[in-house]
Design a protein around this ligand. Structure first.
Ligand code: G2I
Length: 474
């Protein structure tokens, strides 16, 4: 069998030969040499050669380990918080956000010139205790408030968010996974994407899942149908994350590149987001090589992230699934990935993939962001019964803030409500309500309140946050 290094040499000869022919054909003297693409000596440098990134998951608790942070800083230019930006970490109590550990990772990344992938805004797992037992409108609102609060805190600092993680079922159904979020209505995913876009228009928004690597699997097809549907209806989605956790029971599929190509052809980027492959030696190296090559072969596969630095840092350490051993030495798998990245020259993604049949234009996030909820209702809904409304400030930052208004029905219940925002508040960004001027009225699904029941809506305000206040409700 031809060793991989021979294959690589063979390809680069072909590429150089083709360039020389092109130069001669243009009448340029052969003395004008094309500067050789310097091989990258680290994963990030080698990936930059084709305009891609190479990332790792980082655990804040390990940043003080200098072997760990030295490797992480040297090799990677995209950072994912392994656990610190998840729902349970960032909103341990409802509406009390805690960004201390997530910020630690973000600051470390920024100080070292790296970008950050945010992981994950909405997920059936790793929910804080208070959210696990919620359901219905209350949960839907809490989820949207979470997405908005976290994406707003990190606004402008995140390359891409895993907006929704692991929402599809394993097995042959190709359908959604049952969860408390799914039971709020299957449109919860698009609502989360809209809220994320409204909060941080500059971040790419991804759907992320595992066991979606084999093109023939029902789960892959289910995710593909959803992304296709989102693109056709204008739901803001920019990327698909293939987690790519592999082992002998779940090996790298032969059609992995097809999966990447098919998603890319929908007009989204594809990112390999949590790569690890259990094994050792040359066999493991060959699997890492295959995955890397498949990404390099598709122009819109924009980067690879491995799920940890050393084998001992992995969530499944016994499977030694990463690129560095427990002492921080480079494994054969490391060399295979580095050499494969270096085998692609040029500064733009390689044109080796078959162009997609229909490539919708690359979506830059819109400047004016769509509202999370349905378009504003022009005529206020009928109102019956009395109510009260209370404003609290969920989050604030220089130049803006996020307000939450809790509407509570009086003793006779309500068929609809209207709340007047305080003077000076200006917003066109309201969720779970419809805004018209300074009046917010109920959304179609939260106008009906029994006696004493509450619902809430959120909004983004510009300027300084007002204090907590009682508002006019009718
Ligand atoms: O399970 C592997 C990954 C699958 N895709 C989504 C990822 O978010 C997920 O990452 C893992 C982390 O690598 C683990 O580190 O997610 C697990 C939780 O769902 C993480 O495990 C947690 C443990 O459950 C906690 O008990 C522990 O305190 O790690 C925490 C920190 O070590």
């Amino acid at each position: 069998m031809t060793p991989p290094s021979t294959l690589r040499r063979g390809r680069s000869h072909v590429a150089r030969g083709a360039s020389a022919v092109a130069i001669l054909a243009l009448g340029v003297t052969a003395a004008v040499a094309i500067p050789a693409q310097a091989a990258g000596s680290t994963l990030q440098d080698a990936a930059k050669g084709s305009g891609r990134y190479f990332g790792t998951a980082i655990a804040a608790s390990r940043l003080n380990d200098s072997t760990y942070s030295t490797i992480a800083n040297r090799e990677f230019n995209m950072i994912t918080a392994e656990n610190e930006m998840k729902m349970d970490a960032t909103e341990p109590n409802q509406n009390q956000f805690n960004f201390s550990q997530g910020d630690r990772i973000l600051n470390w990344a920024q100080q070292n010139g790296k970008q950050v992938r945010g992981h994950a805004l909405a997920w059936y797992s790793q929910q804080p205790g208070w959210m696990q037992n919620m359901s219905g409108t209350q949960l839907r609102n809490a989820m949207l408030n979470h997405v908005t609060g976290v994406a707003t805190h990190y606004k402008g600092k995140i390359y891409a968010w895993d907006v929704v993680n692991e929402a599809f079922a394993d097995g042959s159904s190709g359908g959604r996974r049952d969860s408390n979020l799914e039971r709020t209505g299957s449109d919860w995913i698009e609502a989360a994407f809209r809220a994320a876009r409204a909060a941080d228009p500059g971040a790419k928004l991804c759907y992320n899942d595992y066991n979606t690597d084999d093109w023939t699997h029902a789960k892959t097809q289910g995710v593909y149908r959803m992304v296709s549907d989102f693109k056709s209806r204008g739901v803001p989605i920019d990327c698909v994350g293939l987690q790519s956790h592999f082992n002998p029971q779940s090996p790298v599929p032969a059609n992995y590149q097809t999966t990447i190509e098919r998603f890319a052809a929908l007009g989204v980027d594809v990112q390999i987001t949590e790569l690890d492959i259990e094994g050792s030696g040359q066999q493991q190296a060959e699997n890492f090589r295959k995955v890397t090559q498949a990404c390099l072969n598709v122009a819109r596969c924009t980067g690879i992230t491995v799920w940890g630095v050393r084998d001992t840092d992995s969530w499944r350490a016994s499977g030694t699934p990463l690129l560095f051993d427990g002492s921080g030495n480079k494994k054969a798998a490391y060399t295979a990935v580095l050499d494969t990245l270096n085998s692609v020259s040029g500064t733009t993604p390689p044109p080796t993939s078959t162009p997609p049949v229909t490539t919708p234009p690359v979506t830059t996030p819109p400047v004016t962001t769509p509202p999370v909820t349905t378009p504003p209702v022009t005529t206020p809904p009928p109102v019956s019964g009395s109510c009260s409304a209370a404003l609290t400030i969920a989050n604030s930052w220089p130049g803006g803030y996020q307000g939450t208004v809790t509407v509570t029905a009086g003793s006779s219940g309500l068929n609809g409500w209207r709340v007047t925002l305080p003077g000076g508040v200006s917003t066109n960004n309201v969720w779970n309500g419809n805004v018209s001027g300074s009046v917010v009225s109920n959304a179609p699904y939260n106008g009906s309140l029994g006696a004493g029941q509450s619902t809430s809506f959120g909004f983004i305000g510009q300027g300084n946050a007002p204090g907590a206040a009682t508002l006019t409700c009718s």
